[in-house]
Unconditional design. Structure first.
Length: 297
């Protein structure tokens, strides 16, 4: 049986990539140091001299992987890179670099075990928590919100349509909130530099900046969907054009009235005041103070 040069195992919370060092089937064994995983260039986790394999193990959100949400699947994508080291004679090259795309597909609707696809799956803190998991999604939408946007490239002056949604089957009716959103130049909210788009438990603080029209869209299409628009931007003094947006989504029972910790507030420049998508105006007063109580766990 022909040897498969690259094997991928899509596990519950991580992907495992096993690379046979005879990567090109020509008898020349590549070095483990010449291989890396993802844009973050993660190094291998295990080397097996007897099997002549190099193994990479990484969480689904690690090493710069990306995720695409489709109606039926979550698709995690990353890259295996081969970057040959220069030989003893720098005037000649005996092998070319190679990039191998890696994908893991996970169903959105089927039952999965409790440890799967964290942190995309988050338990609902109620008596129903043991019966069902919630699937949160965050998507860039086209101009009329009818479908996901095909292109992810924007120019300054463009408006980003972002739709947050939660999927549930048998739950009580839920209302979705975006607790916070942070823009960074690398994956994860903890990267520097960072810029807060939504903060203080649902205040769209980007709309408070000069010359922006960023705001939540009202009314909602459904209680389990929340839309907002932000003006395109880039980080000053940095040539990188790829920006990551990391958001914390949460739900409450739809019958529960919005409050200072569960809200969606936009700033109106015309009225010079904050206003909620639903609820009384006073729940947004803390947005101006920059302190809306305790942070959620």
């Amino acid at each position: 049986r022909a040897q498969i040069p690259v094997e991928v195992q899509c596990q519950e919370a991580q992907l495992v990539v096993i690379v046979h060092r005879d990567l090109f089937g020509n008898g020349r064994l590549v070095s483990a140091a010449e291989l890396s995983l993802g844009p973050a260039a993660c190094k291998h986790s295990r080397l097996d001299p007897s099997q002549k394999t190099v193994t990479f193990s990484a969480g689904l959100h690690e090493c710069g992987s990306t995720v695409q949400v489709t109606p039926d699947s979550l698709i995690y994508r990353t890259l295996l890179s081969y970057d040959p080291s220069p030989g003893s004679n720098p005037a000649i090259v005996r092998s070319d670099p190679a990039v191998i795309p890696i994908e893991c597909h996970y169903p959105r609707r089927d039952n999965v075990s409790s440890g799967s696809i964290r942190p995309t799956w988050s338990p609902f803190n109620s008596a129903l928590a043991s019966q069902e998991k919630l699937l949160f999604s965050l998507r860039l939408m086209n101009e009329d919100w009818s479908s996901e946007r095909d292109l992810s490239a924007f120019r300054l002056g463009d408006v980003l349509n972002i739709q947050a949604e939660v999927g549930a089957h048998s739950h009580v009716p839920l209302r979705l909130f975006v607790d916070s959103c942070v823009a960074t130049l690398g994956p994860g909210a903890g990267n520097e530099p960072h810029y807060a788009i939504i903060d203080f438990n649902g205040c769209l603080v980007d709309g408070r900046s000069d010359a922006t029209s960023s705001a939540f869209v009202t009314p909602r299409p459904r209680q389990d969907v929340l839309r907002f628009q932000i003006d395109a931007f880039r980080f000053a003094g940095d040539p990188r054009s790829l920006i990551y947006i990391t958001c914390h989504l949460k739900v409450t029972p739809a019958e529960q009235s919005p409050d200072a910790l569960n809200k969606a507030c936009s700033f109106s420049k015309a009225r010079n005041t904050w206003a909620p998508v639903e609820g009384t105006r006073d729940i947004c007063s803390c947005c101006e103070l920059g302190n809306c109580g305790r942070r959620p766990a």
